[in-house]
Design a protein around this ligand. Structure first.
Ligand code: MLT
Length: 324
């Protein structure tokens, strides 16, 4: 092909690309949730996704792709076309703990994504089935130490938030319970309510309705302050386990190479959702922490991922936990 024809073709491609970006989105956007429907990641994705759809003018369609502590779905998202039509809801597990637990992880959380923005901070609670004979965290700690080999702890797979945060809990207690993996803490919570499993460490946005309904016990929240959505649940500091301080977060990512103009549109839609009164109300009622404007930028999310991978890797390696 003559060089001027190459130049014309390249120009046409560039114009076409710019056109596609400025018209984005022209069709529904898939948001991969790497856990089963009904769990905390799914709940946050659907709440923010609903308002983002309005801003974008196209439906954000949630696709639950569970497995391997969320890494199956995130791997699929990382390998999707970087055209803005596949995004994903990741979190402290998939983009913080996973590298320490999956030696053959098919993505690097710090390099293989275009961070869009932080959606919600999600404090962690220690909860149990109602039949556990403990009324306080101290009593549960004593019970767990005395009965560890008989206890079943529910989580959403190695590398999930529930698995990672209960690894820390179990380590601090010096216990080794039976660890039961689910495709998300939505299904895990059903079994906790039914008394099929004994305890879990889970994100507040999954637990508030059940705790308020009295169908599970909440011993403590692992943050320095109590949470307005659950004012009667003591902090781990008040309840006698001050070293157990852990919180999670959920954030939206696009595949690496997604055009900046598209990331900006997605980030703008997320930010408008987090400023929307009804969306805020729904998240706050579930105990979520809503990031401020500074905390919502793509750069802030990149810094969070970098720090979280750095934080969790030594903790999990010291605990000797791996996925294999
Ligand atoms: C987890 O990491 O435990 C997940 O958030 C569980 C879920 O979203 O189902």
């Amino acid at each position: 092909m003559k060089s001027y024809m190459v130049a014309v073709a390249a120009m046409a491609l560039a114009i076409g690309g710019a056109q596609a970006q400025s018209n984005y989105p022209e069709r529904p956007v898939t948001m991969i949730v790497p856990f089963a429907a009904g769990g905390p990641t799914d709940v946050v994705a659907r709440i923010v996704g609903e308002h983002m759809s309005r801003t974008l003018g196209q439906q954000i369609v949630i696709e639950n792709v569970a497995g391997a502590g969320g890494t199956t779905g995130i791997t699929r998202g990382a390998q999707a076309n970087a055209d803005g039509y596949t995004i994903m809801m990741g979190h402290m597990g998939t983009h913080g703990a996973a590298p320490a637990l999956y030696p053959n992880l098919k993505y690097d959380p710090t390099k293989d994504f275009a961070p869009v923005g932080l959606a919600a901070g999600t404090p962690i609670l220690v909860v149990s089935k109602n039949a556990i004979p403990a009324k306080t965290l101290k009593e549960f700690m004593d019970y767990a130490k005395a009965n560890a080999s008989k206890l079943n702890e529910a989580h959403a797979g190695v590398g999930s938030v529930s698995h990672t945060t209960c690894t820390l809990f179990n380590e601090q207690l010096g216990i080794k319970p039976n660890r039961v993996a689910y495709r998300g803490t939505g299904p895990a919570l059903n079994d906790l309510v039914a008394g099929q499993v004994d305890y879990a460490c889970d994100q507040i946005v999954n637990l508030v309705p059940q705790i308020k309904a009295g169908t599970i016990k909440a011993f403590a929240i692992a943050t320095a302050q109590r949470n307005p959505a659950l004012p009667d649940v003591p902090t781990t500091i008040e309840a006698g386990m001050p070293d157990y301080q852990v919180s999670a977060w959920n954030a939206i990512f696009a595949p690496k190479g997604t055009p900046e103009a598209i990331v900006t549109k997605l980030n703008d839609a997320l930010s408008k959702a987090l400023d929307d009164e009804n969306t805020r109300k729904r998240l706050l009622e579930l105990g979520a922490d809503i990031p401020d404007a500074k905390g919502r930028t793509p750069r802030a999310l990149q810094q969070l991922v970098d720090s979280e991978v750095g934080r969790w890797t030594p903790v999990l390696k010291a605990a000797g936990v791996t996925a294999n």
